[in-house]
Design a protein around this ligand. Structure first.
Ligand code: FES
Length: 146
């Protein structure tokens, strides 16, 4: 093989690989990482969560919010590429690419393509409060603890 042919093939191969990588990266935004979000999370006694506060559950990537009426759980995973959100004064912010979400998880500014997911919260037979990330509920829907 001549040197010129080899260089042409190498260049075509590299450009093709870069195109595949770019396409994969682009398509990935439509399929955010959900790994680790399907297992039920036992919160235990809801009283350990401070009232009127969002508590981040590390390892589960959710925020749990409790007020005097109930408790609710929202995904802390950005719907863009899956970075973990931070609580801001009036919602949630993504440190990776700057998406902002309202307090009810609605996208205020992108690039996040979808609102945050809220998860079912219920009381198990043993009385413990449980979050079920496999089942979504309406935005901000609370489990009534009274
Ligand atoms: S991961 Fe890109 S905005 Fe959150």
């Amino acid at each position: 093989m001549k040197r010129r042919n080899f260089l042409e093939r190498a260049a075509v191969t590299l450009v093709s690989l870069a195109g595949v990588a770019a396409a994969f990266s682009y398509l990935r935004q439509f399929f955010p990482r959900l790994a680790g979000e399907k297992k039920r999370i036992v919160l235990g006694d809801y009283r350990k969560f401070p009232v009127d506060t969002y508590t981040f559950l590390e390892g589960h990537n959710i925020f749990v919010y409790r007020d005097h009426e109930g408790i609710k759980a929202v995904s802390a995973v950005c719907t863009h590429l899956g970075c973990i959100l931070e609580k801001s004064t009036d919602g949630f912010e993504c440190p990776c690419h700057g998406s902002c979400f309202s307090d009810v998880g609605k996208v205020l500014s992108g690039p996040a393509p979808r609102n945050l997911s809220w998860y079912e919260v219920y009381r198990a037979a043993d009385g413990k409060i449980v979050v079920n990330p496999s089942r979504t509920v309406g935005p901000g829907e609370k489990f009534n603890i009274s």
